[in-house]
Design a protein around this ligand. Sequence first.
Ligand SMILES: *Cc1c(COP(=O)(O)O)cnc(C)c1O
Length: 491
Amino acid sequence: MIDVRAIAVTRATRVREALAVLDRAASGILLLVDAGGRFERTITDGDLRRLLLEGHGLDATLQALPVMRSIVIDSAYSRRDALDLMNRHSINHLPVVDAAGHAVEVLERRAIDQQILLSVPHMGMAEREYVEEAFRSNWIAPLGPNVDAFERELAQMLGVGHAAALSSGTAAIHLALRLLGVGPGDRVFCSTLTFVASASPIVYQGAEPVFIDSEPHSWNMSAAALGRAFDAAVKAGRLPKAVVVVNLYGQSADLDPLRALCDRHGVPIVEDAAESLGARYKGRASGTGGRIGVFSFNGNKIITTSGGGMLVSDDAALVERARFLATQARDPALHYQHSEIGYNYRMSNILAGVGRGQLKVLDERVAARRAVFERYREGLADLPALQWMPEPPWSFSTRWLTACTLDPRSTRMSAQAFVARLGAELIEARSLWKPMHLQPLFAHCEYFSHGDASVSDRLFASGLCLPSGSNLSGAQQQRVIDTMRSILRGG
Ligand SMILES: *Cc1c(COP(=O)(O)O)cnc(C)c1O
């Protein structure tokens, strides 16, 4: 940071001295102040060079400098305001001037234009080697040895029978529903508090989603709401074909009571574990608690192949059929023959190489994300306005994203306003997922809430996710913490 006192000069300062100060401070800029210390204008080395070229000597004073209004910003600035101003005027330094007219700070572009993102890819050491092996052997195709190995290694790590590597998590959910026979006119129960990709494949299959609320202890599917949805379905004589249970932000749903309900009605569970790879439920790997489990390796997930997904199950025949449908459902014939509709949903051998490398560092990534969460919780523990996503005793969460809620009893700020304020400081935070039953797309769909009040509505109104990458530096996280503190203090 630039010391404003060290670079202040007056009209009485000589050019020689001004050049020396500029040289010493290596700030690229001087501040011309009046006798009362009030800021007048900035001076660059170009300004001093022009004085000399105009014939003023090194012993001339800065009296010769033209009067000029420099671009400044007031103390209540946001980083985004400051950066916009710098861009508009093509400048790299911006003095901050207080109400009394004193320069209190000089902003430098390279110090303030650093954006802190929500969750970015974090490569390990081995990914490149697997990708290069694919190049060396010319396996630049969908399928190949990396795909087979990635499936094997993931299944082994999770303790699940079989896995099929696919082009995305969305494709995996779509295939899961297709495998379970979901078709036109069917109904599928689905967690409401989730990303749209949990529900869109229901519509791909021509079926109708019915949304189920969260419970407050894990933020995941409420057994009370699911129970009432089943009661209503029994009464209407229309049981769902499947239940999509989502594990939010790295935390498993409380599966036992959900499974008991589904088993009673003979309805299979698709566990959407796109956000919870590496998490555990009562010691068991997340994503292995339903008939079919689904993972995503999208760029923002805890490990990534840039894009990709996985479908897992203990049922070998089911996973084999997933592979068949994912490769255009080609019949076993010498020519191209098809008896049913398939998809082009397989993962490429190159991306599977990235996935194999990422799998090796999954445990480290989980530990790093959990440490990020703990630093937030400790660093902001004294602020009663912040409440953290709970982790029930049966859960081992990866804390894929650190999620918190603003307590309306302690602050009047909405989650959306808070996210916008952080955004103005170039910190990418996000509201919690907007529940599916509140989406225009699904306005006509049925919804069952946890109790009289909807838990997911409350979470959406008050909740947000903070930058949580496993490669978030200590200094970056401190900046987020300091900024949150100052926003909450100010209002
Ligand atoms: C990311 C995500 C998906 C979709 O995964 P893609 O690989 O992006 O298609 C599905 N469900 C949830 C809950 C997700 O977070």
